[in-house]
Design a protein around this ligand. Structure first.
Ligand SMILES: Cc1cc2nc3c(=O)[nH]c(=O)nc-3n(C[C@H](O)[C@H](O)[C@H](O)COP(=O)(O)O)c2cc1C
Length: 305
């Protein structure tokens, strides 16, 4: 049974835990908080609001156990942090494609993974997993495998009869690849093979691969939310980062590559985050297309309040 542990000596029966339980697995009877006898999410909201510190979660700690950062466990209350500063951080993170050759200490990379896990996850499943490639040499091994995949794909895509057959049987994915990527991938492969130029990882010296358990309720969303946390924290640590979709695509389609990276078959790969110390200095933040949200007022249309 997945349940929080309620300390009956400390519990005052105030009921704040029950009122804030998203799963309704706690109620108050005879002046004390009690389980309803069903599995709970173990999301920790009850613990987080308990004024008497009467609730514990099995196998969980509020400390992430960061090695390179002094953790602050105090809650930042809504509205008490500098939002402008937060937005500036978000806008200042860029996809880095120019790195110094220095390695990133392993404990930094492990800390990034731990910070990633502060993300929300569907039903609090935390079904993500992370693989760290700590050195440039490790990254080059993955790069070689990815290059092999695209070499093969380019050979197939270059065949007009095959493109036609695939289009007829399974849609135009190969044709689209041919039109959009064939030439640039061929050039990148030539540079990789002949000049040792790395247009895949852009010279990054480490990577974090983010995977998700396929049986989790929302593995893609969970993994990508953790990914964004890692990107922002990397920036705050002074690291550059870049998502490498080309590597994700290759790994998704090549089980042997996932095996080589020790990713179990029960997990899907969702992101490859290249990392390193940036050799580029940005003097302006990211610009974005203007966004015009659709303001929907169904209540106004239907007259519902
Ligand atoms: C899902 C995804 C896949 C990406 N794949 C690559 C990639 O393979 N190589 C690369 O250089 N950048 C890649 N990027 C980075 C985007 O090109 C970049 O986010 C975009 O141009 C905006 O720039 P910014 O991140 O600096 O704000 C990827 C981004 C996302 C979200």
């Amino acid at each position: 049974m997945k349940q929080v542990i309620i300390d009956k000596e400390r519990c005052t029966g105030c009921g704040i835990c029950a009122a804030n339980c998203p799963d309704r697995t706690i109620h108050v009877a005879d002046g004390i908080a009690l389980h309803n006898g069903t599995d709970c999410l173990l999301c920790g909201h009850c613990r987080a609001v308990c004024p008497a510190d009467a609730i514990r979660l099995p196998d969980q700690s509020e400390l992430l156990g960061l090695a390179t950062i002094t953790e602050k466990t105090a809650v930042v209350a809504p509205g008490t942090t500098d939002c402008a500063e937060l937005v500036a951080l978000m806008r200042s993170r860029r996809s880095c494609r120019n790195y110094l050759p220095q390695t990133v200490p392993l404990d930094r990379l492990v800390d990034l993974v731990k910070i990633g896990t502060t993300a929300p996850s569907g039903t609090n499943s935390q079904g993500w997993n992370f693989v760290i490639l700590p050195t440039r040499e490790d990254l080059l091994v993955l790069g070689g495998l990815v290059a092999d995949y695209y070499r093969k794909l380019n050979r197939l895509a270059a065949n007009p009869l095959l493109r036609l057959a695939v289009k007829y049987l399974a849609g135009d994915s190969l044709g689209r690849y041919y039109r959009n990527y064939y030439v640039s991938v061929a050039e990148a492969l030539r540079e990789w093979d002949e000049e040792g130029t790395d247009r895949l990882f852009h010279g990054a010296v480490a990577a974090i691969l983010v995977t998700g358990r396929k049986d989790a309720s929302c593995p893609a969303e969970d993994a990508l939310l953790a990914t964004e946390n890692i990107l922002l924290a990397a920036h705050a640590m002074g690291l550059g980062s870049c998502l490498i979709g080309f590597a994700v695509e290759a790994m998704r389609r090549t089980p042997a590559m996932k095996e080589k990276m020790e990713i179990p078959a029960a997990e899907e790969i969702y992101s490859v985050i290249a990392l390193g110390i940036p050799a580029v200095h940005y003097v302006r933040p990211a610009g974005r297309k203007k966004v015009v949200p659709r303001i929907m007022r169904p209540a106004a249309v239907t007259g519902h309040k």
